[in-house]
Design a protein around this ligand. Sequence first.
Ligand SMILES: NC(=O)c1ccc[n+]([C@@H]2O[C@H](COP(=O)([O-])OP(=O)(O)OC[C@H]3O[C@@H](n4cnc5c(N)ncnc54)[C@H](OP(=O)(O)O)[C@@H]3O)[C@@H](O)[C@H]2O)c1
Length: 349
Amino acid sequence: MPTRVWRIGLVGFGNVGQGFVRILARKREELRKRYGFEFKIVGIADPIKGSVYDSEGLDPKLLVKLVDEKGHIKDYPGGRKDIDSLTICRSGDIDIVVEVTPTNIETGEPGLTHIRVALEHGKHVVTSNKGPIAVAYPELKELAERKGVMLRFEGVVLSGTPAINLALEAMAGVDITKVEGIVNGTTNFILTKMEEGMSYEEALREAQRLGYAEADPTMDVEGWDAAIKAVIIANVLMDARITIKDVEREGITKITPEDVKEALRNGQRIKLLMRVVREGGNVRASVKPERINLSHPLANVVGVTNALTFYTDHLGPVTIVGPGAGRIETGQAILSDILAIHRYHTRFR
Ligand SMILES: NC(=O)c1ccc[n+]([C@@H]2O[C@H](COP(=O)([O-])OP(=O)(O)OC[C@H]3O[C@@H](n4cnc5c(N)ncnc54)[C@H](OP(=O)(O)O)[C@@H]3O)[C@@H](O)[C@H]2O)c1
């Protein structure tokens, strides 16, 4: 089996960056044996967790140990510490930039600049950052094509549960007319807890206690997170050109325990559904709470679990169910994209 050493740089070292490095630390030997995939982590840039760069490669086990024990990697022995995110994006020592900074749904920054600069400098880019893909997918795709590199982003919709690449690659050739799903675990958890008898406020507090909801839950409970995923699905899978302003959006904050009970009495459940529909040349996207019958394929998706149904011409409906967040889960999305780049550049050449 052909082997190749990939030189990787990370921009952002929060949950996802750490989850990805944790997987690399654990699976180095297995990845070499199974796929002929070898790697060097050349650099990491993060304003809080610390930045370190060594063209000879950093030790992933040591990076994990440092961040577990100290919460940062500033004391990594050796390597340059005077680097920033753009050093990684421009470096001649790096083949693949992993962009995992926070999502900004309006500007896509700082990820958008990172991705542009990395592609301009001829690097493959793998990201789980929704902002740049939602804001500038056509431009970034064209730039990657012009530079002969890959831009991959499996993690942006359902973390490591296959969604984007399932549609683009495993189901290549189908026409997708509709995508419908539960794409926000926090709101699905809250609705599930409300069915068990909690008020909205109690369920939200429980979600925050378990780390599923942020201190400011607006992005989730007002449907913004699901709406940005709708934009990505529309623009990437249906060639639309919509923005977040085009998504009809309503969150779950007005749902009462009585609404939830009333639905159950009628053999239904309330779910926050994301829906993207192609009709002729138009694509419509919405996120709103809906009552669905218990026989509906998405009705039994409970708690933080996510699900998506693709309506296709050749296969009919195809539904996937799985986690939609988590550091290892999203690290897996990054890994699967990097292995796809590796496969393309080894076996098929
Ligand atoms: N966590 C998940 O389950 C999940 C699932 C799917 C997709 N995603 C997406 O994946 C991305 C990463 O998520 P995450 O959970 O790892 O977020 P996170 O824990 O907030 O980590 C992001 C890290 O990037 C750092 N950062 C901010 N600006 C930077 C810059 N200019 N250069 C370098 N680093 C910078 C942040 O530092 P500060 O703390 O100083 O801002 C933070 O340490 C996000 O876009 C998120 O929406 C996450």
